[in-house]
Design a protein around this ligand. Structure first.
Ligand SMILES: *Cc1c(COP(=O)(O)O)cnc(C)c1O
Length: 400
């Protein structure tokens, strides 16, 4: 497999470049050497070859949620994931709409903030850091306020790693006759979102999450009738999903300079995704990554923020150990020195850190992560990674 001259590539999931650490982060993440290599060529954005690539990419992405269905189409948008979330909200929420936003972390809060910028009417159910929004409370909110037209939810809330019960929420929204938009940024490609099993208007994700491409663009996958109806809604020229869609269908081109190298890399990432068994295959690898990580870290005394039921195979939050010699900055540096970049926590109440399970790595790599964590604790003089009692009390209280 390894023909890039990097001698340390022990397996398919070995460090792709000598001395480069693994990114245990929710994107940008560790990518395959072959994905990076695709970026060595320059592409003309107008050229037929690049247009064909864009068309193939859109078709492939639709196929991941709606096999062979003409009812859905894909609209790629330049920028990071947030740009694409904003494009979806601005394009599909009419100016007289009213939206229920389901919040349980930073990305849900960002959706609320976006709606404030867009001046779209909205109400919020905020579950804090620990708990998923549930079907019955969505039903209750929609019944109580018939003027709510749309619901927006985050699929995997990457701030805590909680996997929201997307199917249950979709059923509740559909039963109430409202429309659902999903931020599936960190879940798409590894967790099922099959349009034949679940109703939604649109989902968004980006190149540098579970498909394992590099950053530069995101994409909306939406019902064709929803795209057609979105004309004139958007507040923004560059983030107008309808205009991008119409132009792309007419000319095969992106309206403004496309991230050509990132798209080329993404095509190779899609090829690897398919070779691994698509969404199901990728999901299995990430689950193994998570299971190896969580079991190993628990052996060291670490505790997860979430109960097993809500642990996603995307990213896991651990409480900081209570031991007085533990200091996150030092732990981070020791882990980095061993080849692993971890991620600080994003919780409001307790100190925590996160470890991503996504990217080009397997459970053998995750075993090394656990080993490195154990060694790092020993170097700090931390005998056990058990969290403070207060964190566990807080968790029990909020998750009751
Ligand atoms: C990564 C991510 C985003 C987008 O973040 P960017 O930094 O703009 O790429 C949005 N929502 C979720 C759930 C994410 O994980």
């Amino acid at each position: 497999m390894s023909d890039d001259g990097n001698s340390r590539q022990v397996s398919d999931f070995g460090p792709p470049v000598m001395g480069e650490p693994y990114l245990l982060t929710p994107g940008p993440l560790t990518t395959a050497a072959s994905v990076k290599r695709e970026m060595l060529k320059d592409w003309g954005s107008w050229d037929r070859d690049f247009r064909a690539m864009t068309a193939e990419m859109r078709k492939h992405l639709v196929g991941l949620v709606a096999d062979g269905s003409a009812d859905f189409d894909c609209v790629p948008i330049q920028g990071s994931g947030t740009f694409v979330v904003e494009a979806m909200l601005g394009s599909f929420l009419p100016r007289d709409s009213k939206t229920l936003v389901l919040v349980n972390g930073a990305y849900g809060q960002r959706i609320v903030q976006t709606l404030q910028y867009l001046e779209r009417s909205h109400v919020v159910i905020d579950k804090g850091d620990y708990l998923p929004p549930r079907g019955p409370e969505v039903t209750e909110a929609l019944t109580a306020d018939p003027s709510i037209s749309h619901v927006v939810v985050v699929h995997c809330e990457t701030s805590s790693g909680i996997l929201n019960p997307i199917r249950e929420i979709s059923d509740a929204v559909h039963a109430a006759g409202r429309k659902l938009l999903i931020d599936s940024m960190s879940a798409f490609g590894a967790l099922p979102l099959n349009a034949s099993e679940m109703k939604y208007e649109a989902i968004v994700s980006s190149a540098n999450k579970c498909i394992e491409g590099v950053p530069g663009f995101g994409f909306i996958i939406a019902r064709t009738d929803v795209l057609a109806a979105a004309k004139g809604n958007s507040h923004s020229l560059s983030l107008d999903a309808h205009a991008q869609w119409v132009n792309m269908n007419k000319t095969g081109q992106w309206r403004f300079t496309p991230p050509t190298h990132a798209v080329a890399a993404f095509m190779e990432a899609l090829r690897l995704h398919k070779a691994e068994g698509g969404v199901a295959g990728r999901g299995v690898r990430y689950q193994k990554n998570r299971d190896t990580l969580v079991a190993g870290m628990r052996d060291l005394g670490f505790e997860t923020l979430l109960k097993d039921r809500w642990l996603s195979p995307i990213i896991v939050t651990f409480f900081n150990p209570a031991h007085p010699s533990f200091e996150f900055g030092r732990f981070y540096d020791l882990m980095k020195h061993k080849g692993f970049i971890i991620y600080p926590g994003k919780l409001t109440v307790v100190d925590s850190f996160r470890v991503g399970c996504i990217g080009r790595m397997d459970d053998a790599v995750m075993s090394q992560v656990v080993k490195a964590a154990g060694q790092s604790l020993a170097e700090m003089g931390v005998e056990t990674a058990a969290p403070p009692e207060s964190a566990l009390i807080e968790r029990a209280k909020l998750a009751a």
